[in-house]
Design a protein around this ligand. Structure first.
Ligand code: GLY
Length: 490
């Protein structure tokens, strides 16, 4: 099955089980102060879970664009280094709002994977929440355990702790125990040597979680307490790219048809080869992943910037540019040239990519231009700092200078240092940053007397719609007094 067919099969399966198929919500969130980006399929349904509003449909399914790069769910540092984490990924999900609960969620997930997708039952493991004796004091999910026991042999059911088997959207919000389904795609020989059960949730690239079935029954309050939700719900999330990996018989998400067209294009543009050398492969995976995250964000209206969500996007793009620059020798903008192939691969399922293609290309190209300049200078300076450095920790003040004077991002400095087995003295960096803030605060403390008024009550008129140039009169100006030096500098 190609990826388009896999997506369609999933949606059709749940359509036949009376689910309403809805479009993906935007990946960028504008109306929830607890979240910057959609990090799970359930985000757009949060208010239904909390009982603050009522869904027109009690059963819904979709494929949702997600981004896990900040907050509770953050996979950024893993991306590229392994073969199955992503910044942006698609999450296939089915939901019940006070309708069906554990029994149907478990049975349908099993039916879809083993009967529609025809995954070998012997390669599947499931996990169940074991309970917790911490302040939440939660019971083991015996109900889920019994339901699974009727389907799979007991040695394939693994009890999991709160980290893996109690799903929370963020520090606050709907949550509940969950049952994960893991698949073991190792060779028969490897399976005979080490049991798959012992590799579940152990970061093994070939024993991976594909589907999480969350049984929503609590709301985590701001004070940390759990409160029962007004009704019980189902929230499931399946990693689309991982499912494609399993069904297409490959060992990496990047070898599926979701990524291969992008990787071929990167090889062509950068004159590199995927699958020959680890450093090159990591760079190619980073770029193939990040072009998706950045393009979808721009299509959803989030441009790179210096604050908030825009800064996160800028950092992702810069991370990719840096990997290209250092490991693929890309000294000219090139990422914008990947937007075309991405649109061809995903534009049918997500038409916003097609509609915004030109804008996406322009924004990425512009960002690449300006960052490549910074990068070239910054890398040379950082190299000098590293050479002169004594010990394992690099002077935070020098890193601050690089950031403040040359705009070289501090997370990039930290990343490069860690690649060289060095660390950054963050305390020194932070105190240099604080001193800088104090300096600019005192420089901007300007009193009324610093204004020189030339014309009182002057009239104003906005002419920007009609002309690009105009003669104006200066009505007042401000003297900037540098408090520190006590001198008049303008
Ligand atoms: N909401 C289920 C998941 O993200 O795993």
């Amino acid at each position: 099955m190609n990826s388009k067919e896999i997506r369609t099969h999933f949606l059709n399966f749940f359509k036949e089980k009376n689910h309403k198929i809805v479009p993906s919500a935007p990946m960028v969130i504008k109306d929830d102060p607890t979240l910057m980006f959609t990090n799970a399929g359930m985000n757009q349904f949060k208010e239904f879970f909390l009982g603050n509003s009522v869904s027109k449909h009690t059963r819904i399914a979709d494929t949702q664009k997600c981004l896990r790069v900040s907050g509770k769910h953050n996979d950024l540092e893993e991306v590229g280094k392994d073969t199955y984490h992503h910044t942006m990924f698609e999450m296939l999900g089915n939901w019940s709002f006070g309708d069906y609960f554990k029994k149907e969620a478990i049975e349908w997930a099993w039916e879809f994977l083993t009967e529609v997708c025809k995954i070998d039952k012997k390669s599947l493991y499931v996990s169940v929440f074991e309970g917790s004796d911490d302040e939440d004091n939660l019971e083991m999910d015996q109900e889920a355990f019994n339901l699974w026991k009727a389907i799979v042999p007991e040695d394939r059911i693994i009890l999991g702790n709160k980290k893996d088997n109690f799903w929370e959207m963020g520090d606050q919000g709907p949550c509940g125990p969950c049952s994960e389904i893991h698949v073991d795609i190792r060779s028969t020989d490897e399976k005979a040597k080490v049991s798959g059960a012992s590799l579940v949730n152990q970061d093994h690239p070939l024993v991976v979680e594909i589907w999480n079935l969350v049984f929503m029954q609590y709301n985590r309050k701001a004070n940390g307490n759990l409160e029962n939700l007004p009704a019980k719900h189902v929230d499931t999330g399946m990693g689309f790219e991982r499912l494609c990996m399993v069904l297409q018989g490959v060992k990496s998400n990047y070898d599926t048809d979701v990524f291969t067209p992008i990787i071929r294009e990167i090889e062509t543009i950068t004159n590199s080869k995927y699958g020959k050398e680890e450093e090159t492969d990591i760079a190619i995976r980073v770029i193939a992943d990040h072009i998706r995250a950045v393009s979808f964000s721009i299509a959803d209206g989030q441009l790179p910037s210096n604050t908030g969500a825009g800064y996160v996007i800028r950092r992702i793009l810069r991370r990719a540019i840096r990997y290209g620059f250092t490991f693929l020798n890309t000294k000219q903008p090139f990422m914008y040239r990947l937007v075309n192939v991405l649109t061809e691969t995903m534009g049918k399922a997500f038409p916003e990519l097609k509609e915004q293609r030109q804008l996406i290309e322009n924004v990425i190209k512009e960002e690449e231009h300006s960052f490549l300049n910074t990068l070239e200078h910054g890398l040379v300076l950082l190299d000098t700092i590293i050479k002169k450095n004594k010990g394992d920790a690099v002077d935070g003040r020098k890193a601050f200078e690089l950031y403040d004077t040359y705009g070289f991002p501090i997370d990039l400095t930290a990343l490069i240092l860690s690649e060289k087995g060095l660390s950054l003295d963050e305390e020194e960096f932070n105190s240099a940053m604080q001193e800088q803030k104090d300096r600019s605060r005192s420089a901007s403390e300007i009193s009324k007397e610093d204004w020189v008024v030339l014309i009182d009550n002057a009239e104003q008129e906005f002419v920007g719609y009609d002309v690009l140039e105009a003669n104006v009169k200066l009505v007042k100006y401000r003297k900037i007094i540098s408090k520190k030096k006590g001198s008049n500098i303008s």
